[in-house]
Design a protein around this ligand. Structure first.
Ligand SMILES: [Zn+2]
Length: 329
């Protein structure tokens, strides 16, 4: 069963919001575009692996599609975590292109480009997942769980990638596989482990504790990109022709250019405000951001959106009552 479903990373959601609120010729646009593309490709790869993992028998496999756990003063994030009575499996998702080559003599990984055949040194693709394995052992011990075998796999979602090595020992290539062989590999591991380490009660308890400890990364976009609020394009965007701003006229937003009218075009604009400027807003700040002078109109719009409120009158603060990952829907 899926204990935790994957959500779109906070970073991508916020970067997309920033990109659409900055002028097309803004100096941050190329960096944002590249980062959004990398983020989307990573997310797509993870979803591809989710597709296979969701085919596993529901009653036996407890799957966490991405989980981030605290360990002392830092966190460690696993792309997939699977619990079974006999063992635990961590799966990292990578997208390595060309040929992954291991030079056994020098204990060094290389990526060989398909086009230029150029050899480029690369980090050990197993290093991160091995570290996660160690951290999970420690986390479980700290929370009083028995010592359970923890296996790991690296799934490469680029199916054209070749794996090669300079020697005869191909052990590590047992641990890195293409996604289409993932289920076969998981069933093989299942056969390898016969002894039960976690009973039903342990598994339920472990799942509960993992979900409780899970702390998704909140991306601080203001700190990261250090953009100037004055550069942000303010106003409600026309859903028909993209013109900013629309004008509130006769109880709806109206586009000055194409005359399109909308009752809820302010919603994406307010979401952008929460994602980019502050997690809380006031009537005044909304008037500025939505480019609408009427206090009553803004109060009416905010009231219709089911925000959490704090304070009274002019000082009333509105905050999101749902996670930003739902905004994209
Ligand atoms: Zn328009």
């Amino acid at each position: 069963m899926i204990e935790k479903y994957r959500v779109v990373p906070d970073q991508i959601i916020k970067e997309i919001a920033l990109s659409r609120r900055l002028p097309l010729n803004h100096y941050l646009q190329p960096t944002l575009k590249s980062s959004i593309n990398i983020g989307k490709a990573g997310y797509k790869g993870e979803k591809e692996v989710d597709y296979y993992l969701e085919l596993l028998p529901n009653d036996k496999f407890r799957i966490f599609q991405g989980i981030r756990l605290p360990r002392d003063s830092y966190f460690f994030q696993m792309d997939n975590l699977i619990l079974l009575p006999e063992f635990i499996l961590i799966i990292e998702v990578k997208n390595i292109e060309g040929t992954l080559f291991f030079d056994q003599e020098h204990n060094q990984f290389y990526r060989i480009s398909r086009l230029t055949k150029e050899r480029q040194k690369m980090n050990d693709p197993f290093k991160q997942v091995k570290r996660h394995r160690k951290q999970l052992f420690q986390w479980m011990a700290k929370h009083g769980f028995p010592l359970v075998p923890i296996e790991y796999l690296v799934v490469n979602t680029n199916e054209d990638t070749l794996f090669d090595s300079s020697g005869n020992q191909h052990d590590m290539f047992e641990k890195i596989i293409h996604s289409e062989y993932l289920l076969e590999k998981v069933y093989k591991l299942e056969q390898k482990y016969q002894k039960e380490y976690l009973n039903d009660k342990d598994l339920r308890k472990l799942s509960k504790q993992l979900l409780k400890a899970d702390t998704p990364l909140i991306f601080d976009i203001r700190q990261f990109y250090k953009f100037d609020d004055a550069d942000l394009i303010k106003g409600v965007r026309c859903p028909q022709c993209n013109t900013v701003p629309m004008t509130w006229y006769k109880r709806a937003w109206q586009c000055d250019k194409c005359k399109h009218r909308s009752k809820d075009a302010h919603k994406p604009a307010l979401h952008d405000f929460f994602l980019l400027i502050s997690p809380a807003t006031t009537n005044l700040k909304c008037r500025e951001f939505l480019k609408c002078d009427s206090t009553d109109t803004i109060r009416y719009l905010l009231k219709s959106m089911n925000f959490k409120t704090k304070g009274i009158k002019k000082g009333m603060q509105y905050t999101l009552s749902f996670p930003p990952s739902q905004i994209l829907k």
